[in-house]
Design a protein. Structure first.
Length: 303
C-alpha cells in the first residue's frame, strides 16, 4: 500500500488541547479558536466534551460553545461523550457527531473513566445505540494503544479486539490513541497493520501525542500503510489530565507542513492555521509548540 493522495485532518485542539490547560479558557475564547479553525479549511473540529465538569472543568459549558460557534457547511463538530448523561446533554445541544472513548489498559480505563474496560464497553453500548438512532455519527477512541503510563506495554491483540468491538457498536472510525506519545514508527506501523486485519483501513485514524518527539515519524510510517485520517492539535496543544506524563498532541501545523511538502492534499491552508496557532498560543501566554509555526514566524521576520 502506497501513500494516500489526500489526508483528513481531525483537529482536536479545542478539546484535547484545552482540556489539559491549567486554567479553563473562557467560552468566548474557545469559540474564537473554533471559528478561526473552521476558516482554515479543516473539515472536522472536536469542539469539547460532555464529561463530569468537576473532573474536567476546562470542558464545562461545551453546550454554550456549540450554541455560539459558526457552523460552517461541510465542517463536522464532534464532541466527546462518556455515558448516557453526556449523550443526553450532547443531544440537547444539537450535536450531529459524538466520539466515545475507551482504553486498551485497565489502569488508564479506571483513572480516566472510573471503570474497567469491560464496563466502559457496557457503558457506551447504549450511547452508540441512541446516537445511531438519532442519526448521529459515532467515532471511537482507544487510548494507550502503544503503551500505558501505569500498565506499561499493551498487547496488540487487545487493541485489535477493542477496535473490532467499537466497530460492531457502530463507530464509523476508530482513532488509535498513543496517549502518552510513547510509540515509535515500527511499532506504530505494526499496530496499524494488525488493526487493519480486523476493520477496514479507511476506518482507522491515528492520534499521536508528541511526548518523545516521535509523532511525525509515526505518522509518516502509518501513512505508508495507507492510513489517511490523522488527529492533531493546533499549536501542539494537548495532553490528558488522567495520563501521567502525557504532553501535547502532534501540532496540526507540523503535520500539514509535512503533508503539503509531500504533495498530499488536505484542503487546509497552512498560513491560516499558523495564524490560528499564534492566536491561541498568545491567549495562553506562550509560543506555539510547533516547529512549522516557529520556522514560519522567523521567516516572516526576516522577509
Ligand atoms: P463516574 O464517577 O463513574 O460517574 O464518572 P457517575 O455516573 O457515578 O457520576 C458521578 C458524578 O459525575 C455525578 O455527579 C454525575 O452527575 C456526574 P454528582 O451526583 O456526584 O454531583 N456525571 C456527569 N456530569 C456531567 N456530564 C457527564 C457526567 N457523567 C457523570 N457526562 C465519567 C464517569 C466518565 C463521567 C468520569 O470519570 C469523567 O467525566 N471522566 C473524564 C474523562 C475525560 O474527560 N478524560 C479526558 C478525555 S479522554 C482523552 O483525552 C484521550 C483521547 O484524547 C485519546 C488519547 O489521547 O488516547 C480521547
Ligand atoms: Mg488525546
Amino acid at each position: 500500500m502506497g501513500l494516500p493522495t489526500s489526508v483528513k485532518l481531525v483537529e482536536v485542539g479545542p478539546r484535547d488541547g484545552l482540556q489539559n490547560e491549567p486554567v479553563a479558557v473562557a467560552v468566548a475564547d474557545r469559540i474564537a479558536l473554533i471559528d478561526r479553525l473552521s476558516a482554515t479549511g479543516l473539515s472536522a473540529i472536536e469542539v469539547g466534551s460532555f464529561v463530569n465538569p468537576n473532573l474536567v472543568p476546562q470542558m464545562a459549558h461545551t453546550d454554550q460553545v456549540l450554541a455560539r460557534i459558526q457552523h460552517r457547511q461541510g465542517v463536522r463538530y464532534p464532541v466527546l461523550v462518556p455515558n448516557m448523561k453526556g449523550f443526553e446533554a450532547a443531544k440537547t445541544a444539537g450535536v450531529t457527531e459524538i466520539a466515545v472513548f475507551i482504553a486498551a489498559s485497565e489502569s488508564f480505563s479506571q483513572k480516566n473513566t472510573n471503570c474497567s474496560i469491560a464496563e466502559s464497553l457496557t457503558r457506551i453500548q447504549p450511547v452508540c445505540e441512541a446516537a445511531l438512532k438519532a442519526q448521529m455519527r459515532v467515532r471511537g477512541y482507544i487510548s494507550c494503544v502503544l503503551g500505558c503510563p501505569y500498565d506499561g506495554d499493551i498487547e496488540i491483540s487487545q487493541v485489535t479486539a477493542l477496535a473490532a468491538q467499537l466497530t460492531a457498536l457502530g463507530c464509523y472510525e476508530i482513532s488509535l490513541g498513543d496517549t502518552i506519545g510513547i510509540g515509535t514508527p515500527a511499532k506504530a506501523r505494526l499496530l496499524v497493520e494488525a488493526v487493519a486485519m480486523h476493520i477496514p483501513l479507511d476506518a482507522i485514524a491515528v492520534h499521536f501525542h508528541d511526548t518523545y518527539g516521535q509523532a511525525l515519524a509515526n505518522i509518516l510510517a502509518v501513512l505508508e500503510t495507507g492510513i489517511s485520517v490523522v488527529d492533531s492539535a493546533v499549536a501542539g496543544l494537548g495532553g490528558c489530565p488522567f495520563a501521567a506524563g502525557a504532553t501535547g498532541n502532534v501540532a496540526t501545523e507540523d503535520v500539514l507542513y509535512m503533508l503539503d511538502g509531500m504533495g498530499i492534499e488536505t484542503g487546509v491552508d497552512l498560513g491560516a492555521l499558523v495564524e490560528t496557532g499564534q492566536f491561541i498560543a498568545k491567549l495562553l501566554g506562550r509560543t506555539p509548540d510547533s516547529r512549522a509555526n516557529r520556522a514560519l514566524a522567523t521567516k516572516q521576520r526576516l522577509d
